[in-house]
Design a protein around this ligand. Structure first.
Ligand code: ATP
Length: 240
C-alpha cells in the first residue's frame, strides 16, 4: 500500500537527511521505524505527507507511492482526502478548543453525517475523551492529549495512519495504553506507520520494523526477530 523506494532527501542542498531509503507498509500492516535523534525519521514522514518544502527540504531521488498514487503529485490536504493521515510529533492539539472542537477540526473535510459517525467511533475507542468532551485541550494530561491527537487524526478516516513518536514524554503505563490503542485501530482495518525512539513499545505493536541510522536503513525485519537481535537490545531497549 505505501511503497517508498530509494528515497533521498536533503535540507538546504547540503545536508543529506535520507539516503536511498526503501520501506513498505503493506495493507493492514503495522510497521515501526526506529532510530535515535536526528536519524531522519521525521524527515521520512514529511516526505510521505509532501510537507518537506515548508522545512526547506527537497527530495533528490526516489519514489513514494500509496495505492498506486504518486505521493509527490498531491498536496498534504489531498493526501488526507486519500486516507494518508499523520499524528504529528508533540501532538499539536488546540489548547484553547475543547476536546469536541478539536475533533471537529479533524473532521472538517468529511460530510456531516460521516464526521458524526467518526466522532462516535473515537469516543468508543477513548471513553475518557467522551467524559472530557467539553474540557479545553490544555487542561488534559499528556496521555489524554496524545489520545486526542490520535482521535483527531481518526476523524479523517485514515487508511494509513502515521504516528510520530506517540510515546514521547508519557509515563510507562500510558505508553502501554497508547500501544493498545494502536493495535485496536489496526484491527479495525487501518494500516499503521509508527515512528519511535521507544523500541520496546513500537516492536510490541509492529509486525515489521526498520532501523534508521544517520539517514540510512541499517536493519530491517520481522518485529519479533529484530527485538531479539543484539543490535536492537544494545541500541534501544535500554531506553524503553
Ligand atoms: P527526532 O527524533 O529528533 O525528530 P529524526 O530521526 O526525526 O529525529 P529528522 O528530524 O528527520 O530526524 O532529522 C534528520 C536530519 O535532518 C538531522 O540531521 C536534522 O538536523 C536535519 N534536519 C531536520 N529538519 C531540518 C531542517 N528543517 N533544516 C535543516 N536540517 C534539518
Amino acid at each position: 500500500m505505501l511503497q517508498i523506494t530509494d528515497l533521498s532527501v536533503t535540507y538546504g542542498g547540503a545536508l543529506t537527511a535520507l539516503h536511498k531509503v526503501t520501506l513498505a507498509v503493506p495493507d493492514g500492516g503495522v510497521v515501526a521505524l526506529l532510530g535515535s535523534n536526528g536519524a531522519g525519521k521525521t524527515t521520512l514522514l514529511r516526505a510521505v505527507s509532501n510537507n518537506l518544502k515548508r522545512h526547506r527540504g527537497k527530495i533528490t531521488s526516489g519514489k513514494l507511492a500509496f495505492n498506486g498514487i504518486d505521493l509527490q503529485s498531491k498536496d498534504t490536504a489531498a493526501l488526507v482526502s486519500n486516507g494518508v493521515v499523520q499524528v504529528p510529533e508533540g501532538r499539536r492539539i488546540f489548547g484553547r478548543l475543547t476536546v469536541e472542537e478539536n475533533l471537529r477540526v479533524g473532521g472538517l473535510r468529511q460530510a456531516k453525517g460521516q464526521a458524526a459517525k467518526a466522532r462516535d467511533h473515537v469516543y468508543e475507542l477513548f471513553p475518557r475523551l467522551q467524559e472530557r468532551r467539553n474540557q479545553r485541550g490544555l487542561l488534559l494530561s499528556g496521555g489524554e492529549q496524545q489520545m486526542l491527537a490520535i482521535g483527531r487524526a481518526l476523524m479523517a478516516s485514515p487508511k494509513l495512519l502515521m504516528l510520530d513518536e506517540p510515546s514521547l514524554g508519557l509515563a510507562p503505563l500510558v505508553v502501554s495504553q497508547v500501544g493498545d490503542v494502536i493495535k485496536a485501530i489496526n484491527e479495525q482495518g487501518t494500516s499503521i506507520l509508527i515512528i519511535e525512539q521507544n523500541a520496546n513499545m513500537a516492536l510490541s505493536v509492529a509486525d515489521y520494523a526498520y532501523v534508521l541510522e544517520t539517514g540510512r536503513v541499517s536493519l530491517h525485519g520481522e518485529a519479533q526477530e529484530l527485538a531479539a537481535t543484539d543490535e536492537i537490545k544494545h541500541l534501544y531497549l535500554g531506553h524503553g
